[in-house]
Design a protein around this ligand. Structure first.
Ligand SMILES: [Zn+2]
Length: 487
């Protein structure tokens, strides 16, 4: 019962956080627009005022909510669920307006992330023979990650699709902890071009128990492969991004599969099993990430029961509930994909204990607001003679880094590990983790004499704080890696 309280609190926290991110993005756009654009009424100011109202509404709800006792929350959960869903929907609609605000380029850091985190697989645009990976990255108003790969233009057939266009939800461009979801989209292309999907599908007749299972597993293969590749590239950072998305942003039941996708709950299960023990010292973090997800699952169970009570009397109790593969069959299939040589050829080794220890060390640095580069203990100095020298070497370093194995994985995981340890952060520095908005809300709501506007400003400052710390850390870590390898 008590989990409902936490879940709703966190859910409202997630919503407030995203409203703040979207607002931040829009304010940035407004500030950088030419003065003539600012003159008349425009979509930016319209959306900003709607967001202001939504944010106040959410904070009101959160304030009320936090004063309720656990039992009352449990008794009225469907009411809270419905109002949280309405607010989510309102947010999604507002977010869609961001699509009309022109902003073709993401921040260089996100661009670097996408270009660095996967080794080149010779993924070219049709007609491009330069042998380089040519991604075009666009910011979009789309929130839902399932539409991230652009729809192919009509003149391309299914076999010649333009795969190299990635669109990134604008409001998430400064949120490194959500970036790992983009790896799933990149991994779709790798799964296809490396023949992993085809190889996995070819094994199906031997393992599927029925024709129906075989057919569905074949349709789900691209998604399973993309999930596994993303998880192997960045480890629990992908699990964290996906499980957060599933817990707070999947509007339908977590048990609802489609013909193209296994259910979110299936995906969480096989990802968890895949990452469990790799390494063992991260298992606690994996389990911590599951806590709000489990509360959401219980909520879905209640919801399912309530919806079916009416129909139970007329439903044939012997008819199978769903014609989908069982979790066991799915697990067996996932293991088989991971064992395929096509798969082993492209995925990196899992994070080992030494790297895990390194990540925990980095997390401490991030937690204290330090740049990661400052943890260098060896006396190696960088021979800069002049500002031009610095600039030249820095861009050379960045260029060169595109060829090197990434360290983003470690920084992302360090940031994630940091968010999973809120207590030490609160007693530590003021740079509080974004994912602890629920906690923040309680703190803000406890303070009397603060206006809603003031609270919102505080929240915005916190978002900026965390992002700039993580962002600077990423940049610094990349440069540091370069110099350590080339000194
Ligand atoms: Zn997908």
């Amino acid at each position: 019962m008590e989990q409902y309280h936490t879940l709703f609190q966190d859910w409202l926290g997630q919503l407030v956080e995203r409203v703040v991110r979207l607002e931040q993005y829009l304010l940035e756009r407004e500030a950088s627009a030419p003065s003539r654009v600012k003159a008349g009424p425009n979509v930016v100011s319209d959306v900003l005022s709607c967001l202001d109202n939504l944010a106040q509404l959410l904070l009101d709800k959160a304030t009320f909510f936090l004063t309720e006792n656990e039992q009352s929350v449990a008794d009225h959960r469907s009411q809270y669920y419905a109002s949280a869903l309405i607010a989510t929907d309102q947010y999604r609609r507002l977010h869609a307006f961001a699509a009309y605000i022109p902003s073709p380029w993401p921040s260089p850091e996100l661009d670097m992330f996408l270009r660095t985190v996967l080794p080149r697989r010779n993924l070219n645009a049709p007609g491009d023979n330069s042998g380089r990976m040519a991604w075009t990255i666009l910011l979009s108003g789309e929130y839902n990650f399932s539409h991230i790969l652009a729809t192919p233009p009509n003149e391309f057939t299914e076999h010649h699709r333009l795969h190299n266009l990635l669109s990134v939800p604008a409001a998430e461009k400064d949120n490194p902890l959500m970036w790992p979801n983009l790896l799933h989209e990149l991994a779709h292309v790798i799964g296809e071009t490396e023949g992993i999907i085809a190889a996995a599908q070819a094994t199906l007749p031997g393992i599927a128990e029925t024709r129906q299972t075989e057919r569905i597993l074949a349709l789900w293969t691209p998604e399973i492969v993309a999930d596994l590749i993303a998880a192997d590239y960045v480890g629990i950072a992908y699990f964290g991004a996906f499980v957060t998305f599933a817990t707070y942003w999947v509007p339908c039941s977590l048990w609802e599969p489609t013909t193209s996708h296994p259910s979110p709950s299936n995906r969480v299960d096989y990802l968890y099993n895949h990452l469990k023990g790799r390494p063992a010292s991260f298992d606690t973090a994996l389990d911590t990430l599951l806590t709000p997800y489990h509360a959401r699952q219980r909520l879905d169970t209640e919801d399912y029961k309530a919806r079916n009570e009416l129909f139970d009397t007329i439903r044939d109790p012997t008819s199978p509930d769903r014609p989908y593969p069982s979790n066991d069959e799915l697990t067996r299939y996932v293991r088989l994909i991971v064992a395929l040589s096509e798969y082993r050829n492209i995925t990196p080794d899992a994070i080992d204990e030494a790297t895990a220890a390194h990540i925990k060390g980095l997390a401490t640095q991030v937690k204290e607001g330090q740049l990661i580069s400052s943890r260098r203990t060896d006396p190696c100095s960088i021979p800069f003679e002049s500002p031009e020298d610095v600039r030249k070497d820095f861009s050379a370093a960045k260029q060169k880094l595109k060829e090197l194995p990434n360290e983003f994985r470690d920084i992302l995981n360090a940031a994630l590990i940091r968010t999973l340890h809120p207590h030490s952060i609160v007693v530590g520095k003021k740079t509080t983790a974004v994912s602890f908005y629920g906690r923040l809300l309680s703190e803000y709501c406890d303070q009397s004499g603060h206006t809603m506007r003031k609270r919102l400003l505080d929240l915005r400052r916190t978002v900026n704080n965390l992002d700039s710390v993580i962002s600077k850390s990423m940049e610094a870590a990349l440069v540091m890696t370069f110099y350590q390898q080339h000194k």
